[in-house]
Structure formats: C-alpha cells, structure tokens
Design a protein around this ligand. Structure first.
Ligand code: MG
Length: 254
C-alpha cells in the first residue's frame, strides 16, 4: 500500500473509533411498557445495544436507596420519605419505584456489557452524601458491578468521595458544568458530563479534556442537529432520551 493510502485508511479508522458512545438517559423509556428509571428502562436500553444506561439514586430519610429522578415524585419527597414510602410509588408503566437493590440485581443478571451510568443525587448535607456514597459503593461491590459502572454527580463532594472509595479505574464524571478540564484533572476526576450548551460555549474544553486524558459526555441531546454537531465536536459520549435515533444518526441513516 502506498504511504498516502495507508495514512488515509488509518485516518478513516481513527474517525470510526472516535464515534461517541450512547448513554440512554434514565434508561430507554420513550418506548412501550417503559418508564423513566424503571427496571424495564434498563432492560430496554440493554436490548437496543447502547454503551450505557443512566439512572438516578436518592437516599431516603431512613437511609434506604431508591432509583428515581425528581426529588418529589407523585407527591412523595425522596429525601424526606422512608424507603417503604418511596418504593410504594407506582411508575407510569405499573412497576413499583425500584430500590437500588432491585435495580442492581437486574443489572447483574443481564448478560453482556451494557454499562450502568449511576447518578447520585445531591443531598441536604455533606454527611448524608458521604453516607450515601459509602452505601452505593457497598451495593455495587455486593452485586459485582464495580467494573461495569460509571459514576456521575452534580455534587463535587460526592464525586471526590466516590473517587476515594472506588478503585482508581472506575470513572467518576462531574455534571455541573462550572469547572474547566484542568480543574477536574486537579481534583482527580475522570472527566466532564456537561449540558451540551456548556460545551457549545466552551468548545475548546473537548480538546483540553482529551489532552489531559479526560472524557467528555454531554446531556441531554435529543435533536438530530445537536447530535450531529456534538459528534463533529468529538465528544466521547452522548446522553439522550432517544438512543435509537442517535444510533441511526451515527450510522448515517438520518
Ligand atoms: Mg440523571
């Protein structure tokens, strides 16, 4: 092969490798029989073949851990309610609001390599957050999911606590969008998981992150035009409520 042709082939290869990976936001829930953060949403995300399925974890007043997005959902405040009160909530697909235990048991029972992208929700005190981090890490260990999990959080305290509690190879990404890649690196974190408007405002952060060995994820990207723009900006992960649409965009079918 001529050198120019070899270089061209290598570049095409690199471009293919650099395609962003898909994270299903709150699972794959815009589909029949599913609901945000339900057990079904994990199974449906896994069934369509994504890099990871994201979910949100709250710690209840009595120290229980449950999977849900909104702090107050169907009239129940996840921070002030007990574990039994929270898990009594019925999701739109008829499931009970899942405990973290039940959710992790489902992940552990799912063959394949779909990753769990676990968001810990910020809590009213740093002590409560540290307690939640310790319990989440224990639960991940119990289900042998340490190596199959990416951690995300808006709380920088939680991010740092996870980083201390987990083996160094487990990625911990910060969500809040106010720290440069250089600061994230200095804090020992593995990258940024920012709203896409932050990355539009600071496009240079993608290369800066990569130069520091950090990853860049963006949320929550549901429009084709944004998907294409962010693919071209070379982000590593795209978090979306429309994982199947993003698959089509990445395949050049949209
Ligand atoms: Mg989330």
């Amino acid at each position: 092969m001529k050198i120019a042709a070899f270089i061209a082939a290598a570049l095409i290869g690199l471009t293919a490798v650099a395609q962003p990976k898909i994270v299903a936001h709150r699972g794959h829930w815009r589909t029949a029989g599913s609901a945000q953060n339900s057990i079904a949403s994990w199974q449906k995300a896994d069934s369509v073949g994504v890099y990871g399925s994201e979910m949100d974890v709250w710690m209840n007043a009595d120290g229980g851990l449950v999977v849900n997005h909104d702090q107050t959902f169907k009239g129940v405040n996840m921070v002030n309610a007990t574990f039994n009160e929270a898990t009594a909530v019925i999701l739109d697909n008829g499931e009970n609001l899942p405990s973290l235990d039940k959710y992790l048991a489902t992940v552990a029972a799912t063959p394949g390599d779909t990753r769990l992208v676990l968001e810990m929700k910020s809590l009213p005190s740093l002590v409560r957050e540290d307690e939640a981090v310790a319990k989440i890490v224990d639960a991940l260990r119990y289900y042998h999911l340490i190596d199959r999990t990416d951690i995300i959080a808006f709380s920088i305290n939680a991010c740092i606590a996870f980083k201390k509690a987990l083996p160094p190879h487990v990625p911990v990404y910060y969500l809040d969008g106010d720290l440069t890649p250089k600061k994230l690196k200095a804090l020992g974190l593995d990258g940024a998981d920012y709203h896409y408007n932050v990355i539009y405002k600071h496009p240079e952060w993608v290369q800066q992150a990569h130069d520091l060995g950090l990853m860049v994820n963006v949320w929550t990207v549901d429009k084709i035009e944004d998907m294409k723009k962010l693919i071209d900006m070379n982000v590593d992960f795209i978090t979306t409520n429309e994982p199947e649409l993003l698959q089509q965009v990445l395949a050049g079918k949209k």
